[in-house]
Every structure is written in structure tokens, then in C-alpha cells.
Design a protein around this ligand. Structure first.
Ligand code: FES
Ligand SMILES: [Fe+2]
Ligand SMILES: [Fe+2]
Length: 490
């Protein structure tokens, strides 16, 4: 699909803003005008700055506050539309008035938080931020003008002004979205790898000097990258946190220690050495933390769990109760059952390809393939993935790939099996299934071995039972057939 005219115009417009170096001088003058009084005021201004960034609550404040003007002004715009459609009443007019004023108050608060964050952007991000601020200020001015006009009885002109302000709000929102989603301003830039899950020696402790940050690296095989960790020896204790600053990715190992915190050299966020939490912004997000222990003169680190983590470590395996009172499970392991099913699906693809295009059997084979794919996804989603989720980072991606496979299958089912388009879609589906099954076999099935032989065989039994049940149950078959027919027909 080609880019729409709107997308082309919008990206050209943003490109022009990003190149507009004429915005730099006024923006740096404005930044200095904000920074100087804050520097003179000292600690109280720092506290206000931390509150405006959201450092104090561990989350950016600006996106929360912008909901106030967006909601209130959109509400007022809706009421004005109702009035234009003939639903007129004093009550509606008063409500619109109130919403405009409430939105203006929210906009001022949101602007304060936005300016606090904007000071720490530079280059093209600062230019887009400046444009975002100018457009939103225009929106605020138009809404305030609307309040004034309505107050003087010029209802029509007042409505026109707020409608124009509302349009500016959309443009401002577009630019704000560009900064967050494209330019990643305000998102967490730290490396949040779960590695190392178990203690790993990283440096002789003798190489650590008091209050001199030192970078070490640990390997994350899944992400295929080395993760930087910064070690700091402070008051005789060794602390470890992620080396990439969560604010914008600054190198914390090149920072310095001040009042029990590690300072980022880029924008001066300070992270408490004990907890990794920012004690001063602009960062709002804690650094990844590592447990530290000293063994045989070496510093050993292990990634500390965060709320929401589901990582299982060797300790957790030791705590798991033994299965089946020592009676060994027989039969295939879960990964073997699934591998056999992968092979069956691969054979079905080959069979369809080897069947002549005009042979009606192609459609039957395609339905069988659709049905087997669906059963396969069902048993993985309900039995296998939940069991391996804690030890494999591949599961969330695998879920996404299942979704993609079923979208692609739905498109393929709609096509005439004799057509060229079908051939192309079948090829794509085959490639997608091959990629998905192959990566399960190479990675997730290997990781699953950590669950132990007994658990994998127990799960293998359950998988085989469910596969059989899904294939033979009349009710399940009918339901699946109906779904396939609907996909073919709609
Ligand atoms: S990158 Fe901005 S404070 Fe670290
Ligand atoms: Fe899968
Ligand atoms: Fe699979």
C-alpha cells in the first residue's frame, strides 16, 4: 500500500520542523531564562522540577496532565456541535464554558510539565518540542479568546475560536506523539535484560576503587547483545545497576558519585546507589538493579527481579515439589510431541504444493492444514507456553507470531486454490510457519529442557491427550469447521 497523501504531507512537515535551525536560538534563550532562576533558587526549584518531570512518582507527569485539556476541550467542542445541530439550552452553554475554563487550567499545568521535560531535549527533538509548544500555546490562546468572546455574548465567534483551538490541539497531539513514538522522548532507555539469572563473576574486587564507577558487561544470548552494568564501590559496599541511563541512554559508568547516588553525565539524573531509584530528575524511571556478592575475590552479580518479572532462577527450580512421588513418567516429552506436530504441518504444506492447482482436493488439504494449525496453536497457547513462560523470553513473541499466522491463514482461506494469488499466499504462510516452528525448535524447546525430564513428559501426556480430544470431539470439530467455512466465505 502506498503512503497516503496525508502521511506524505505530515512527514514532510515534520522533516521541515526538524531541520529548522532558526528555532534553536530562541529556544536556547528560553531555556536559559527558565534555568537561571531555578539555579538561583536551588533546592526548592529542584523539588518543583522533580515534581514536574514526575521523578517523585516514578512516572512522567506530562502525559497524565495533557488528558485534562484534551478531554475538557473535546467535551466543549462536542457540546458546541450539539448546539449547532439545534440542541440549544443555557445548561449546555454553561457546561461548555466550564469545560473551556477547566481545560485551560489543565493546559497550563500540562505546559509546565512539558517545559520541564523539553529543556533536556536537544537538536531535532528540541525543534519539534518547540513547535509542539507553540501550537499548543496557540490552542490555549484560542480557547481563552473563546471564553472571553462567549462572556461578551459573541457566541458564534466564541465557538469558531474554540473550534480552531481544538484543531490546533490535534496538531499539537500529532507532534507530541511523534516525539514519543518516533523519537522516543520520555520512554525508558535502560537495558532491561533479565540476565544474568544466576550469579556470574564479572570483575576482581581489587580492581574497584572507592566511588569510581566501573563498567562490566554480561551476555544476553536471547537478545544477542552484551548488556552494560556499572559497578560502584561506595563506603566499602559494592553496588550494581544498569549502565545505560533510563532517561535517554546516557553512560552511567562515565558518571560520578554524589550524596550516595550515581549521577548521569548527560542531564544529571541521580540514581540512589542502594535502590537504583532516581533521587533527582529528569529521569522518572529506576535503573535495573543487580544483586552483588563477593566470592574468592571476585564481584558476582545477578539481575534483581522487578515487579512484573516472571523469571525463574535455579533457586526456584530447587524449591519446586517433586512430581508423582518418584514414579517416572513414560511417553514423549512435550517438545517431542510438538515437534512431531510441526512435521505433520510441514507435510501438509508439501502435499498442497504437490497437488495440481485445479484439483479440488487442494481445498480439502487446505482445510486440514487450517484445522491442524488451529489445534497446534490451541495446545501451545493453553498448555505449553504458560509452562515455559517463566524460563523463556520467546513466549510473548511466539504469541504475536501465532496471531500473524492466523491472520495470514484467514487471508489464504478466502482465495481460489487454483489462483496465482493463492500460490503466493500459500508460499508466505509456509515461510511464516517455517520461521515460527523453526525458532520454537531452536530456542524455546531448548530452554524448556530446564523444566526437567519428568515435567516435560507429564506435559507431553497432556498435550497428546488434548490433541486427540481436539481432533476427535464432535463438538470441537463442528466448531472448527464452521469457523473455517466462515473464513472462506466472508
Ligand atoms: S540520559 Fe538524561 S539523565 Fe541520563
Ligand atoms: Fe507456536
Ligand atoms: Fe509450535
Amino acid at each position: 500500500m502506498k503512503r497516503s497523501r496525508f502521511a506524505r504531507a505530515a512527514s514532510a512537515g515534520i522533516g521541515r520542523i526538524e531541520k529548522a535551525s532558526s528555532l534553536d536560538k530562541p529556544s536556547y534563550i528560553a531555556e536559559t531564562a527558565i534555568a537561571r532562576p531555578a539555579q538561583i533558587a536551588g533546592s526548592p526549584a529542584e523539588k518543583i522540577g522533580n515534581a514536574l518531570h514526575g521523578t517523585s512518582y516514578g512516572h512522567p507527569l506530562h502525559p497524565m496532565l495533557v488528558t485534562l485539556p484534551i478531554g475538557a476541550w473535546t467535551f466543549a467542542f462536542g457540546l458546541d456541535l450539539l448546539a449547532m445541530l439545534g440542541f440549544r439550552s443555557k445548561g449546555l452553554e454553561r457546561s461548555a464554558d466550564f469545560a473551556l475554563k477547566a481545560g485551560a487550567a489543565g493546559a497550563v499545568a500540562a505546559a509546565a510539565a512539558g517545559v520541564a521535560d523539553w529543556q533536556h531535549t536537544n537538536g531535532r527533538d528540541r525543534r519539534v518540542g518547540t513547535a509542539h509548544a507553540l501550537v499548543n500555546t496557540t490552542s490555549l490562546a484560542l480557547h481563552l479568546a473563546s471564553v472571553a468572546l462567549r462572556g461578551r455574548g459573541h457566541l458564534g465567534r466564541g465557538r469558531l475560536a474554540s473550534a480552531a483551538g481544538w484543531a490546533c490541539l490535534l496538531v499539537g497531539g500529532y507532534l507530541g506523539g511523534h516525539m514519543v513514538y518516533r523519537r522516543q522522548i520520555g520512554v525508558d532507555h535502560a537495558d532491561r535484560s533479565p540476565e544474568p539469572r544466576d550469579f556470574q563473576a564479572v570483575l576482581p574486587v581489587s580492581e574497584l576503587e572507592e566511588d569510581r564507577p566501573r563498567r562490566v558487561e554480561v551476555r544476553d544470548e536471547d537478545a544477542r547483545q552484551d548488556i552494560g552494568v556499572v559497578l560502584v564501590r561506595h563506603k566499602g559496599r559494592v553496588q550494581a545497576m544498569g549502565a545505560r541511563c533510563s532517561h535517554m541512554g546516557g553512560p552511567l559508568d562515565q558518571g560520578w558519585v554524589l550524596s550516595g547516588a550515581l549521577v548521569c553525565p548527560w542531564h544529571g539524573s541521580r540514581y540512589d546507589l542502594e535502590s537504583g531509584w532516581p533521587t533527582s530528575g529528569p529521569s522518572t524511571c529506576p535503573q535495573p538493579r543487580y544483586e552483588v556478592r563477593l566470592r574468592d575475590g571476585m564481584v558476582e552479580i545477578r539481575r534483581e527481579q522487578e515487579p512484573g518479572d516472571e523469571i525463574v532462577t535455579a533457586d526456584d527450580f530447587d524449591r519446586m515439589p517433586p512430581l508423582s512421588d518418584g514414579v517416572p513418567f513414560r511417553g514423549k516429552k512435550a517438545d517431542e510431541v510438538l515437534f512431531e506436530h510441526h512435521e505433520l504441518i510441514r507435510r501438509l504444506f508439501r502435499a498442497i504444493k504437490n497437488t495440481p492447482r485445479d484439483d479440488p482436493q487442494r481445498r480439502d488439504l487446505l482445510r486440514t492444514l487450517a484445522s491442524e494449525l488451529e489445534i497446534h496453536e490451541y495446545v501451545e497457547d493453553h498448555i505449553f507456553y504458560p509452562a515455559v513462560h517463566p524460563i523463556s523470553e520467546d513466549v510473548p513473541i511466539a504469541h504475536s507470531e501465532h496471531r500473524q499466522l492466523s491472520d495470514l491463514l484467514a487471508k489464504t482461506l478466502k482465495l481460489n486454490t487454483a489462483s496465482e494469488e493463492f500460490e503466493e499466499h500459500l508460499q508466505a504462510l509456509h515461510a511464516a510457519v517455517d520461521h515460527h516452528a523453526g525458532s520454537e525448535e531452536r530456542s524455546m524447546f531448548q530452554e524448556a529442557q530446564r523444566l526437567g525430564d519428568a515435567r516435560l513428559r507429564q506435559m507431553g501426556q497432556e498435550l497428546e491427550r488434548t490433541l486427540e480430544e481436539q481432533r476427535t470431539s464432535r463438538h470441537q470439530r463442528l466448531f472448527r469447521d464452521l469457523k473455517i467455512r466462515l473464513l472462506e466465505g466472508i
